[in-house]
Design a protein around this ligand. Structure first.
Ligand SMILES: [Zn+2]
Length: 438
């Protein structure tokens, strides 16, 4: 191909709307988006409470370590800076949560299905808020982990320097006092090398300049080096969202004047391919962001509080934050899982409705002709695998305890009389003791 062939291909791709296809299950996506978004709202409420407690506790000289005790010590001022970083991050996260809510499908019918159409504005809001989220939180996790005066000065003064170049006089005078103005002037008078080297007499230093370097540092510091896939995911979200926010070639694909979309439908309401595609991206971003929050951001807060507080104070915060982390990790795992069910041979392809109770609590009614493409949880997207068993086996003892074989004549385990349950559990115990299940 020559350069004109390529240009022609680009032009045609921009002007033609491809017949979009919904590649995922929209209902499941909406449920999962709601579930993870609610989880994030819960976590932020908890973090807000922690931030509030921190402000007061940091004022107390008795609670903090020696290096933070008074203004002759090198880290004293972090007692004011740390809660402000947290407060700002909470605002950024709240904005991100607003742009990652599930679609409201109430009362949508064929006539107003257009309300669910997703356009440039929706994609742009979602992706730019994701960009702000991941960029700010990586930088702040780095700052919190490091708690280094010169590095913090560099980050803040670089930011103020950019801001100062274009800010109006009134905003500048409202935000900057004369002391910070003097600091900024001193910083502006330094050349780049003087700003980053951090020599003895320097006011600033910068060791990790790029986003990628900060991510590498955080993964190393938190002992997550082996999780190469997750690290790539964090870097890829940044590249993806940067492209969309800054250069914008991809965004031109979304701003093309779209023709009428085909209308899809499920048990709830009609919807459009763009709605479904948008939700798919939203879920992916939401999941990555939540994982980042639990595995990197919150541990970075723990890291900084460990430096600041006396141990007896620190362990209280550590336990509060670890509770948030555990819940997020545990709850995220319940989405899009794989589960195994035991089932009596001959039930599949019979004319009976097979009830499959998912771990998320939803009972899915699998109707004849029992299509295998239909065997997943409508609530959480988990896939079910079936293992057929001959006869009427009753319960199967698994490493998770006794499980009823679907289609057996016995009652559900939970409905058994107490003594019968006990008998089966004793059998489990014997098997474990005999190491059969180990
Ligand atoms: Zn489920």
């Amino acid at each position: 191909m020559n350069e004109l062939d390529i240009l022609k291909n680009i032009a045609e791709n921009l002007s033609e709307r491809k017949s979009s296809a919904a590649l995922n299950n929209y209902e499941v996506l909406c449920n999962n988006i709601k579930y993870v978004n609610d989880l994030f709202v819960w976590s932020i409420n908890k973090l807000n409470i922690i931030q509030d407690r921190c402000i007061n506790e940091l004022k107390n000289d008795i609670s903090v370590n020696n290096d933070f005790k008074d203004n002759t010590r090198p880290f004293y001022y972090f007692r004011t800076i740390i809660p402000r970083i947290l407060l700002n991050d909470i605002s950024i996260i709240e904005k991100f949560i607003t742009f990652t809510q599930p679609d409201d499908r109430k009362g949508i019918n064929i006539e107003d299905v257009g309300k669910l159409k997703r356009t440039f504005l929706d994609f742009n809001n979602l992706v730019t808020s994701a960009r702000q989220f991941i960029d700010s939180l990586v930088t702040d996790s780095y700052k919190l982990t490091l708690l280094d005066p010169k590095s913090t000065n560099f980050q803040v003064l670089t930011s103020l320097n950019s801001f100062n170049k274009y800010a109006t006089k009134s905003i500048r005078s409202a935000l900057f006092n004369s002391a910070i103005h003097n600091s900024l002037t001193e910083f502006e008078n330094l050349n780049y090398n003087e700003r980053i080297r951090g020599q003895e007499s320097a006011i600033t230093k910068c060791e990790k300049k790029t986003y990628g370097e900060k991510v590498d540092f955080l993964f190393d510091n938190l002992g997550l080096t082996a999780d190469v896939g997750f690290k790539e995911e964090i870097k890829n979200l940044f590249s993806f969202s940067s492209e969309f926010t800054h250069i914008g070639y991809v965004s031109t694909f979304f701003s093309t004047s779209a023709g009428a979309e085909v209308i899809f439908g499920d048990d709830i309401s009609p919807y459009l391919p763009s709605t479904e595609n948008f939700s798919e991206l939203k879920y992916e971003i939401l999941e990555t962001a939540t994982k980042f929050f639990a595995n990197i951001y919150l541990p970075s807060i723990i890291c900084s509080l460990n430096k600041v507080f006396e141990n007896y104070v620190f362990i209280k915060y550590q336990s509060l934050i670890n509770d948030i982390i555990s819940k997020i990790i545990k709850d995220l795992k319940t989405r899009n899982n794989q589960y195994y069910f035991f089932i009596v041979e001959g039930l599949i392809a019979s004319n009976k409705i097979i009830d499959l109770k998912c771990m998320c609590g939803t009972t899915n009614h699998w109707k004849p002709p029992h299509e295998l493409s239909d065997i997943y949880c409508k609530n959480c997207g988990s896939h079910f695998n079936l293992i057929e068993m001959k006869g009427d086996p009753g319960y199967i003892i698994t490493s998770n305890g006794p499980v009823k074989v679907i289609g057996s004549s016995v009652p559900d385990f939970d409905e058994l009389p107490f003594n019968d349950k006990l008998q089966i559990l004793k059998k489990c115990e014997e098997l474990v003791n005999n190491k059969i299940l180990k």
